[in-house]
Write a protein that binds this ligand. Structure first.
Ligand code: FE2
Length: 355
């Protein structure tokens, strides 16, 4: 069984990363080449020529087709081989896997599993990344650790108090209990932490102009495996949304992550911060970007270290973890991902049996 749930949408790239140059990226252990057709559509093909497995990403684009840089096997954007050298007849089996992709709000999403199951309407919501009411900063951090460690990290924000002190962490984050809700049918896990009368961390003090005390609400919406949105609401203490839902006294930040496994022990950490205040203000953007890069790097450094520790300890017997109340969201995520992997596996067994 693959360690990655297959029948899922994963963020493969920022839109700006994919153009008319062949672009290689391994997703869920599968080497993939990406490019844009002449009319701008994103294409994703297996990055291995059927002939001698040479990476197609080392070849070149001929119009909308890819020519292998080793012997010139040429594929169209659906993966069908059009030409082979030295003979007219192209073998019928000469095709590479083509992956369903959807470009949505500046992220390129890819479906790794059975293409027949790809529901183009079920791509997780990331519209804030392409909405004039929100100003966005974001990037991708390569993470040399298994994706499960990033899930644990993001589902338990109490670590902000310790790992991100001086940036986004204050004592209240770790001290305030969470409320966790799991929706198995919709495959979403929600973790909420509402801190009222809390200290304002530098990340928000310098960008919003608010000072302590503030009401700081964190509402995580996680759709395993890839889609993570932290809805963050910051307001002067005691300022509440109106009965009609309007919330003009507060500012809102959407912190998005695309958690995409590269291999069993490495992950693409796509991150973005979208805000509905100081819209278009470049000074605020520069400040938040500097802060957030540092915060992401603090996580990357910690998880890189943890990966080494876990890889070492996996070889030993009797090493145990201890989980407590703050881990409820992470534990629910682990359980849901386990179930999704099993469902994929069951689906694979069924289709194998009918072949
Ligand atoms: Fe963190």
């Amino acid at each position: 069984m693959s360690v990655f749930p297959q029948n899922q949408w994963y963020v493969a790239a920022w839109s700006r990363e994919v153009g008319r140059d062949l672009f290689a990226r391994t997703i869920c252990g599968e080497p993939i080449v990406f490019y844009r057709t002449l009319d701008g559509q994103v294409v994703a093909l297996a990055d291995r020529c059927v002939h001698r497995r040479y990476p197609l990403s080392l070849g070149s684009l001929r119009g909308d087709d890819v020519e292998c840089g080793y012997h010139g096997f040429t594929y169209d954007c659906s993966g069908v081989c059009l030409r082979v050298p030295g003979q007219e007849r192209v073998p019928r089996t000469a095709r590479v896997k083509s992956y369903p992709v959807v470009e949505q709000a500046n992220w390129v999403w890819i479906w790794i599993g059975d293409p027949a199951g790809a529901d183009l309407t079920a791509v997780p919501d990331n519209h804030w990344l392409d909405d004039p009411r929100w100003t966005v900063i974001g990037d991708m951090a390569p993470l040399p650790a298994r994706y499960q460690l990033l899930v644990d990290n993001l589902m338990d924000l109490s670590h902000e108090t310790y790992l991100h002190a001086g940036f986004i962490g204050t004592p209240e984050v770790a001290a305030t209990p969470i409320v966790t809700k799991v929706d198995e049918d919709d495959r979403v896990i929600r973790v909420s932490r509402h801190m009222n009368g809390a200290e304002c961390p530098p990340f928000y003090a310098k960008s919003t102009g608010f000072s302590s005390p503030i009401d700081r609400w964190q509402d995580i919406e996680y759709r395993p495996v890839c889609s993570y949105v932290l809805h963050s609401r910051i307001a002067p203490a005691g300022v509440l949304p109106a009965d009609n839902g309007e919330d003009t006294g507060a500012v809102h930040v959407k912190i998005l992550y695309g958690i995409t496994p590269e291999t069993e022990n490495s992950t693409f950490d796509f991150w973005a911060v979208a805000r509905d205040f100081a819209v278009g203000d470049e000074e605020v953007s520069e400040f938040l970007e500097r802060m957030n890069r540092e915060v992401v790097q603090q996580d990357v450094d910690a998880l890189t270290l943890l990966e080494r520790v876990i890889a070492e300890e996996e070889r030993k017997e009797g090493v145990q973890e201890l989980s407590i109340a703050i881990d409820a969201g992470a534990m629910a995520a682990r359980k849901m991902i386990r179930r999704m992997s099993t469902t994929d596996h069951a689906a694979g067994v069924t289709s194998d049996a009918t072949v």
